[in-house]
Design a protein around this ligand. Sequence first.
Ligand SMILES: C[S@@+](CC[C@H](N)C(=O)[O-])C[C@H]1O[C@@H](n2cnc3c(N)ncnc32)[C@H](O)[C@@H]1O
Length: 219
Amino acid sequence: MRGENDQKCHWNSTYERSQDFFGKEPSELAVSALPTLKDHGVRTVLELGCGQGRDTWYFARNGMAVTALDYSETGVCQMRDAVERERLDDVVTVMVHDARAPLPFPDSAFDAVYSHMFFTMEFSEEEVSRMLGDCRRVLRPGGLNIYSVRNDHDPHYGKFEPRGKDMWKNPLGFVVHFFTEEKLRELSAGYEILWIKEFDEPSPAYTKKLYEVALRRPG
Ligand SMILES: C[S@@+](CC[C@H](N)C(=O)[O-])C[C@H]1O[C@@H](n2cnc3c(N)ncnc32)[C@H](O)[C@@H]1O
């Protein structure tokens, strides 16, 4: 669990400094995932690493009940204020939770699990595998797990300060874990893989390269 506290403190101070660090608009992943979620009749979504909620609001405004969690108390606090302000409390539940601990939900509780750039944080492969297994547990049979991670074609792959296997700490102080398609296939054990596809997320300084992964709990 190296870096557990420094990364969490770093997210807290980042969100204190900027009310919309990733912008106000939904991510590319959320926009691309919405039609898939609708086609599968998804009504309840668990979002991991929700940050300041840009995708949470998007899903909630598109008719889904979202349970959003993050270990950043600052992000969650800002989200709770927004839930109250926007009167979204009947469709959005926000929780502080470190996702390395078991998810505090019963089996088969959600139609979908969603996360953008969450599994690409400073987690070992073993931790990612365990968290993906716990996501499968809380999904109903046939439920979807859609997530994104930075990939090995990203301009920051292999750059900056090494922090363990396939992880580097960038100049902004964030540790990022990069994934090959092969590793993602290995990590999908117990799921049916619907697709793994590359997409770009432009940011002011450079364009991130990510994989979108869509998994289905069999049954
Ligand atoms: C790259 S940000 C993405 C935020 C959001 N998904 C978005 O795209 O706007 C990753 C988020 O994961 C959260 N996070 C990192 N490690 C976590 C953990 N162990 N448990 C819960 N959240 C975590 C961070 O606090 C941060 O908000």
